[in-house]
Design a protein. Structure first.
Length: 231
């Protein structure tokens, strides 16, 4: 499969989904401490929500257009921003995050191996990815997704990377229902701004449903790995 030239055209809409971004941070807040690296930070929509949780933040973004957006957004903040991939990172971190990034990388297992080498002892590696390959759509292809994921994918990643799973949950059940509707009715991917606005309004309902259903399904999948000690 040929790599799609992704420029993050939809990020502005999803970054405006403040309820969703806050929900994402609430799921990982307890893991954010010490030095933090966000890989593929896009336009900084997620970073803007956790910027006050730690004072050692590095954002890397290999796409030059998005990199310049990051520099502009955080020009007055004490954040290190680099136009590189994780392979070029030359220090280790306590926390490394990939939010809606891994699905854009064809060699995902290799990427996880690279990232785990950049972790400090007992460091955590956090991923949020789109869930359930059955819902792979033209929109996924358009925005450069190679696949969607399920829990078994991350169980396999864990076995192959000396990583311990400390959290593995689906989330955003309302978004999951939208995926079902799209699958059944083959809805056209237009009016993205309006759709994101409606979905974001319903995130408080998603949070309640996720608790009631014990996070057994959702539009997205969250995994938190901890780097195992080697004896």
């Amino acid at each position: 499969m040929k790599q799609i030239q992704y420029d993050g055209f939809e990020l502005e809409h999803f970054d405006s989904a403040s309820n969703f971004r806050r929900y994402q941070i609430s799921l990982i807040k307890k893991f954010i401490a010490g030095s933090l690296l966000e890989v593929g930070a896009g336009k900084g929509g997620l970073a803007a929500k956790y910027i006050d949780l730690t004072n050692d933040i590095t954002l890397i973004e290999p796409n030059k257009k998005l990199f310049h957006s990051l520099k502009k957004k955080f020009k007055k903040k004490k954040i290190l921003i680099k136009n590189i991939s994780v392979k070029k990172v030359n220090k280790k971190y306590d926390v490394i995050m990939y939010f809606d990034v891994l699905e854009h990388i064809k060699k995902d297992l290799q990427e996880i191996k690279l990232a785990s080498k950049k972790l400090n002892k007992n460091g955590v590696l956090i991923f949020s990815v789109p869930a359930f390959q059955i819902f792979y759509s033209d929109f996924d292809r358009l925005v450069g997704h190679f696949k969607r994921y399920n829990k078994n994918d991350f169980l396999e990643f864990s076995k192959k990377n000396n990583l311990k799973i400390v959290k593995l949950v689906y989330y955003d059940s309302v978004g999951f229902l939208f995926l079902i509707l799209n699958k059944i009715f083959s809805l056209k991917q237009n009016n993205l701004k309006s759709k994101v606005f409606l979905w974001n309004l319903l995130i408080p309902i998603s949070k309640i449903l996720d608790v009631i259903t014990f996070n057994t399904f959702g539009k997205s999948l969250l995994c938190v790995f901890e780097k195992k000690n080697k004896y």
